[in-house]
Design a protein. Sequence first.
Lengths: 339, 506
Amino acid sequence: MTQHASPPRDSTGKVPSAGAPPVRRSLIAHADVRILSLLGVLAALILIGGITRPDEFLDTRNLQLVLTQASVIGVVTVGMTFVIISGGIDLSVGAIVALASVWATTVATQEYGFAGILFTAVIVGVGCGLVNGLLVAYGAMVPFIATLAMLASARGLALQITDGRTQIVTLPSVLDLGERDAYVLGVPPLVMVFAVVTIIGWLVLNRTTFGRRSVAVGGNAEAARLAGIDVRRQRLYLYLLSGLCCGIAAFLLIVLSGSGQNTNGNLYELDAIAAAIIGGTLLSGGRGTIVGSVLGVLIFTTITNIFALNNLQSDVQQIAKGAIIVAAVLVQRRTASTT
Amino acid sequence: MAPEPPLLSMTTITKSFPGVRALDGVDLDVQAGEVHCLLGQNGAGKSTLIKVLAGAHQPDTGSIRWRGEEVTLRSPITAMRLGIATIYQELDLVEHLSVAENVHLGHEPTAAGFVVRGRAAREATAALLARLGHPEIAPGRLVGELSAAQRQIVSMARALSHDVRLIVMDEPSAALDPDEVDNLFRIVGDLTAAGVAVVYISHRLEEIRRIGDRVTVLKDGRAVAGGLPARTTPTRDVVAMMTGRTVEYVFPERPARDPAAGAPLLEVRGLARDGEFEPLDLTVRAGEIVGLAGLVGSGRSEILETVYGARRPDAGQVVVEGRPLKPGSVRAAVRAGLGLAPEERKAQALLMLESVTRNVSVSSMSRFSRGGWIDRAAELAAARAATRELSLRPDSPAAPVRTLSGGNQQKAVLARWLLRGCRVLLLDEPTRGVDVGARAELYAVVRRLADEGRAVLLVSSEVPEVLGLADRVLVLREGRVVHTAPARELDEHRVLDLVMEGSPAS
């Protein structure tokens, strides 16, 4: 039997090591690696677009179009990111966008002008979020089921309101927002809204108690409850936030398309979830970034644009999207396991 | 030396994970029919070693000989086919399947190759359960309905359903009551009498004395001693090998003043929950540590969680500093100055993906925020002050809490309540998962927090811990207080008698 000489120990019984500072450095490096790799993918896509369609892709109008298209789904994704970070899911975002867009464009609503449309879109979004939140937080329903039910109901209600017809917006004050004259220094107003929502989302997640509580609830709901956090109220707020983002997105869509349709926002839930996931948000909750999600949105929108410019059909786009989701998750799992 | 080769012989096994060398040249040999105990602190490499043995991890270097022949344990199936079964600490049973289905999972008796013969499986399971001394577990019941002890029996039946020559048991007694442990030991005895070898992992030295034949001690990924006689090696030596030090428990001195002098901070009046614990009255004064001693299932944790508002009481009330608490509200309890360090630290207290700072500040965020906006510099400074006061190591606030040792994770939980300005601390098994060497420091921290004028209510299944740390002890049995006395007037045997017999002799 042998007894090895013990290295010096601190009083917790652990060998004092140089572990602490490297852990911190590698964590920072880690977050950066994830964002950097997404930026790398985006850069590669821009390169591909620039090479395959040099004249069309890098044209200012095209870039403005890409960013405008990204704005609608991007705003939805910011809300979705919060919900997923908190350990939930919101499958109803696309349906809420549809319902808010048609409710805000009925003839009756349009009589109240610009403010009426904006107000209605936001209130309908928040209202749907309230129902989701009450069902999940206080009805103890599984988020998947509660928001699936909302998806079905909101789509149905949207169809009932429109009777399947496209509701044309006749208000110049709304339509003008999408026109080139409204661009400020070449930036479309819709893109500015997206940018503002992104910045606010980042600040709320990283600098406020609301963000901290969302992460805590998603990371360990029981621990959050025993630490004195009102977990149910936090969950309610998170679905309200997601609904609010859907309302804003619905307004952007109304401006963009000049109409409200019950088919709006089709499959937004999948696009938003996919963008959040390739952005590094854990589907199980507790971790995620706004920047990553927004980069995810930009990557998907850019791919769609490049495919369209190269006359590739949407079926090919769908396959590519699926492959990218799988690749992103695999890469993240690899980087995560080396922590 | 035995003329036959050992049943199992592992030589110079090494296994590294990124940043950690979990096993550093470990040797282990096991003879047929012996109980070979593995001892070591958390992180010594026990779990990694048994996972290598189970085929769940592949060693980086080293060789494994099984009945004299070199083998490669490529997967758990390979190990199982050779006759190596492992019963993990976190039981790996499927809750929604029946007992018989769990026992035969992966090797169901079938007809025509794919039709499961349910009756044959149930009969075989019933026979195995009878052999294990638990004929009362019906093979058709769902595992989710069984108690922890019964699940363990099912796990063992699953191991025995294979033609097994070596069973690895990872802390099998951790969730068991004494009479269940007796049954476990009887089973181990039957197995070894039939020539099966058992590799037995436990923290409890007295268990190793009772059933062990030989002991291998692991420390920092090395076998510091192999094949010692389990019954005769002095405890001092074993502890010294595990820890590199010779003391087992060191408790801080109790202050000289009268503990009854402090103002009552926590008063529990007639608190009860049907089927869990009977009406309970207790008072904890400023500066006092009151201990609740009792077995698993005696209602200890339930009492603590009900006082904290995590469970709603059926009767009675909790009064903090003279004011009754709103029942069943954790938030009201936290606002009134209560703090809980729960039993399952990782599942109930810590945000494992987050930094130390965020884990410490989570209950006091409103203090560093205005209108929901967090002043991160103030947060960092306050969290750092709290962790430094408790000597939490490493002293790096941004370190992820999951990288800390068990003792330091517990300190992070205590720092959370220190920062919150908590007046009443509820500690549920505060040293579970904490290295023996780090315990003394944690005891000193708890005593100091009490000396500073807090009231501490302590629950522990380790009687010496309650006796050594608490000023006053309440002994619980089946949800009822059977005895109350100053800790100085009790000893371990007396408490164990009370806990098991429940005769209030005084």
